[in-house]
Design a protein around this ligand. Sequence first.
Ligand SMILES: [Fe+2]
Length: 304
Amino acid sequence: MWERAEQIVHQGPDAVRPDDLPERVRQAVRRFGEDSGTTGFLLLRGLEVGELPPTHSDGEPATLPGHGTAGLAMIIAETLGTMIGYADEKNGDLVHNVQPLPGEETRIEGSGSVAFDFHIENVHHALRPDFIGLICLRQDHDKVAATRVSSVREAVERLKPSTLDVLRECQFYSNYPGSFTRDSTVEPAPAGPHPVLFGDAGKPLMRFNSHNTVSLSKAGRAALRALAEALEEVCHEVIMQPGDCALLDNHVAAHGRSAFTPRYDGQDRWLRRFYSIQSVPRSVLQMMGGSRVIPPIPAIQGIW
Ligand SMILES: [Fe+2]
């Protein structure tokens, strides 16, 4: 499968075939794409990782061009929807390497190693990914770094009706995450106002990042705190092992990471992240010129 997967990435998206996944895995991923259930989370285990270089060499992160896990990411993303990247995040890369970087320990993004609180991916963006995938290539030395997953569908059971009402108000703002502002000298205006909870009361959806979503009202701030606490109470912790692939419904499950201690000896923790989306407006598709990269936010802001 791995040779074939690598070939698929090199041949381009037309050559990706969901049939390349084992039938049982393909069915599970497809079902998850149709209905992610109460937890919004699916863990695939036992996938083959293949040969790996050191996580870093002389402080420079490894990038793995053409590695079989890129093919695996694409097949899974294409089974869920369409694999996408963002022009203003990591140069539009479709597969992101999540590795601790020296000097970035306290950054609240993939290169950090401090605790990363609950968030959905790209909370500031009108075209947030529908699903995110995380493939574990290497664990941290101490095997303590946990991927923390919390479903809004479990959290709402812990919240008062009055708090839920506030979270459904269109009064919240979300700042850009660090991965979108690495190279910019000015802080972009936050996205919003937007609700934090929306959708059917029995199957709520969420737009929330505990680091970046804010409210200008006292009631809004109290509701955000209550949501963060409820997410903490219903958290599932997964210590991901090499060959694990976590899939998250990005509108249902918030995720985070516990702290760990990198050693920068070439054997540090290493995940690969990818995004999948089930629809992109035709107007935006035409601006993408046949690529899988969502244009920069200034190019699409306010067009719908
Ligand atoms: Fe994340």
